[in-house]
Design a protein around this ligand. Structure first.
Ligand code: 9L3
Ligand code: MG
Length: 129
């Protein structure tokens, strides 16, 4: 059984939130969708809500799933959901920086290898409306 990492694709006014990782050194500087590992006993949705509180200081509402299991390092899979902001404005509590990407900027950041295909799927989903 793989460890599940959840990721939130937060969309607001047609922009998508990207977060720049601070660690570990081999990932630092790369951009990702906020999220992290599901804790034992926690549901995936609970983990998404917790990670967005911890990393961004916001409350989110979880929407549609984006794709299926996205490959990560061996022993891990990533699952992603669209989300909207319920309360608060995101602050980079654990990341180096945050960016709200407009459609023409979706691929302007250096996405982590795992997150780039998710961004492609999100671009397709949002283009369909
Ligand atoms: N990861 C990759 N893309 C993402 C997220 C949230 C996580 N969008 C990778 C980075 C780490 C692992 O998953 O190797 C666990 O993430 P975290 O708990 O360190 O955020
Ligand atoms: Mg994280």
């Amino acid at each position: 059984m793989s460890i599940v990492v959840v990721a939130a694709v937060i969309v607001s006014a047609g922009r998508v939130l990207a977060a720049q990782r601070a660690e570990p050194p081999e990932l630092a500087g790369g951009w990702e969708f906020p999220g992290g590992k599901v804790d034992p006993g926690e549901s995936e949705e609970e983990a998404l809500l917790r990670e967005c509180r911890e990393e961004l200081g916001v409350e989110i509402a979880v929407g549609a799933r984006v794709g299926g299991d996205w490959p990560l390092s061996p022993g891990y899979v990533m699952r992603a959901w669209l989300a909207t902001l319920e309360a608060g404005e995101p602050v980079a509590k654990e990341h180096l920086a945050l960016r709200w990407l407009a459609p023409e900027e979706y691929f302007a950041v250096d996405w982590l290898g795992a997150d780039l295909p998710v961004m492609r799927a999100v671009a397709d989903l949002l283009a369909k409306g």
